[in-house]
Design a protein around this ligand. Structure first.
Ligand SMILES: Cc1cc2nc3c(=O)[nH]c(=O)nc-3n(C[C@H](O)[C@H](O)[C@H](O)COP(=O)(O)OP(=O)(O)OC[C@H]3O[C@@H](n4cnc5c(N)ncnc54)[C@H](O)[C@@H]3O)c2cc1C
Length: 507
């Protein structure tokens, strides 16, 4: 392992891995450290939308919305296996926002950026549109528009894989604890997964620690030589998952009387994902959980619109995360705080620079990464141009970004795989599915079924190629099979992992 690099990226959420990938692709030597698993915090707790953010138009955030709208099609092309177009139905409640205002917003949404893949918006009558079926009879018309769905945790892992394949070192369960600037660069102390400290030297540190951005500057940079010019505001958001509440492939966007919006999204064929809340958060970002008021709020939001009502007892799973938002002094309401980002560059010595990331969205991570690397690049004798706008992510090199045709080919190539398993593998791994399946020719070749739907061959690949170490890494982030796991199968998987990893490390 190199101990002297151009760039140390701290944080393996979407912004950290995006920056590591961009930087190594521009010829810099890069190391990334993540204190837990990749995507174990905010970047696996999102609503999983690649979206312009229709409601940000109300806050006149045209620049942010435009940038995010442009990114939808760039990302749909880069990773069509984990990102897919999604149509959103907005039932119209005349007392909340007038129809002319929604029409104007959707017109802007359709035209602020060019579209090839995604369809435009239109008005609909629920009597004749399939999305009307679960809605209360009093709701007669609405609108439909496009955004995209993403497997957020896999987007993180694919960026990390791409960075590693281009030469970056990715260290998970490795924490940065201290950094001291010198004329030669930063002397950085890291602690590895076995709690062993080690030192590296880096010309630039990128602080992509999301909710921890200010604490990293205030607590780990010694002597205290940098005062952050921006601040972060932590806003908790929670989601619930129920069995599926409707039988079509559109999502709903519900407007609430408190001016917030809640999505109800088809999730993994059998479920509905409902979120999110927006609550000020002052506690430890490592320990964020949903509370009973949030569950009630999300159930009530859905019950206002759907005929079939849901109760807290219908919740099968929930998750929460904290948005690391850019603090704005004039904004009291958590929902109104900007989702844009700010990059702060400091140079405590001539040889050491620190770039800190404040705010952001999954949708804009690639643009953020591009701007971040452009900012740090002048310190290096290296002027490679931007490159990520046309590059695929691992497994995303699918002809014409046409995922459905790709699935048809997969089913023909692997006639022995059950159709739902073939589709899940195609969606998780894209063209890397052949690498994952090695020479397998039958279900028996996949090995033992460690947890429902998870066979040994896939688990091995996730350990060998995708940094999975614990059962949760596999069940909740590399796949979403946690929803069908049992306590016994989770324990079996954990034991299998310990055995497999100890065998691998002794080889
Ligand atoms: C409820 C909710 C819904 C959202 N929905 C959407 C959405 O639909 N679409 C969208 O575009 N955006 C959405 N977002 C926003 C998006 O999820 C975040 O902007 C994004 O995930 C932030 O990524 P990050 O890399 O900055 O932070 P994180 O993902 O939190 O990553 C930071 C990482 O730094 C690590 N770290 C911290 N300190 C250290 C250290 N000392 N050493 C090593 N590692 C360290 C942490 O362990 C963490 O993994 C949502 C956010 C929330 C909370």
């Amino acid at each position: 392992m190199k101990t002297n690099v151009d760039v140390l990226v701290v944080g393996g959420g979407i912004n950290g891995v995006g920056i590591a990938r961009d930087a190594v692709g521009r010829g810099l030597s890069v190391m990334l450290c993540e204190k837990d698993d990749l995507a174990s915090h905010t970047s696996s707790a999102s609503t999983k939308l690649i979206h312009g953010g229709l409601r940000y138009l109300e806050y006149y955030e045209f620049g942010l919305v435009r940038k995010a709208l442009q990114e939808r099609e760039v990302l749909l092309r880069a990773a069509p296996h984990i990102i897919s177009p999604l149509r959103f139905v907005m039932p119209h409640m005349p007392h909340l926002r007038p129809a002319w205002m929604i029409r104007l917003g959707l017109f802007l949404y359709d035209h602020l950026s060019s579209r090839d893949i995604l369809l435009g918006s239109r008005g609909i009558q629920f009597k004749t549109h399939p999305s009307g079926q679960p809605l209360r009879e009093s709701i007669t018309k609405g609108f439909v528009y496009s955004d995209a769905w993403v497997d957020d945790a896999r987007l993180v892992v694919l960026n990390a894989m791409d960075a590693q394949e281009r030469g970056a070192t990715i260290l998970t369960r490795t924490k940065m604890v201290a950094a001291k600037p010198s004329e030669q660069g930063w002397q950085v102390e890291l602690i590895d997964t076995h709690q062993r400290p080690f030192m590296i030297q880096a010309r630039t540190i990128v602080n992509a620690t999301g909710p921890w951005v200010s604490s990293l500057i205030n607590e780990s940079i010694h002597p205290k030589s940098i005062t952050p010019r921006n601040e972060i505001r932590l806003v908790k958001g929670s989601h619930i998952v129920t069995k599926k509440l409707f039988d079509h492939d559109h999502a709903y966007i519900f407007q609430n009387p408190d001016n917030r919006i809640v999505f109800a999204i088809p999730y993994l064929h059998q479920y509905t994902l409902i979120g999110t809340t927006d609550l000020e958060y002052k506690d430890d970002p490592n320990q964020v959980t949903i509370n009973t008021d949030e569950i009630r709020y999300l159930c009530d939001s859905v019950n206002t619109y759907f005929k079939q009502s849901i109760q807290p007892t219908d919740v099968l799973w929930d998750y929460s995360g904290v948005r690391p938002l850019l603090e704005q002094e004039d904004t009291k309401n958590a929902s109104a705080v900007t989702r844009d980002y700010h990059l702060e560059l400091d140079a405590p010595t001539a040889g050491a620079q620190l770039l800190s990331v404040f705010g952001g969205k999954i949708t804009t991570f690639r643009r953020l990464a591009q701007e971040a690397v452009t900012l740090i690049q002048p310190a290096f004798a290296n002027h490679h141009a931007n490159w990520t706008d046309t590059a695929s992510l691992p497994g995303g090199d699918i002809a014409n970004a046409d995922f459905n045709s790709f699935c048809v080919k997969i089913e023909q190539s692997y006639p022995w795989l059950p159709a739902d398993l073939a589709r899940r593998y195609a969606g998780n791994y894209g063209t890397r599915m052949t690498t994952m399946l090695k020479q397998a020719n039958s279900i028996a070749d996949l090995g033992e079924e460690l947890s429902p739907g998870l066979f040994e061959l896939e688990a091995q690949y996730l350990v060998d190629v995708e940094w999975a170490q614990q059962a949760d890494d596999i069940l909740w982030r590399r796949t979403k099979l946690g929803l069908s796991a049992t306590p016994e199968s989770t324990q079996r998987l954990q034991q299998w992992l310990e055995h497999y990893r100890s065998r691998e490390s002794s080889n």
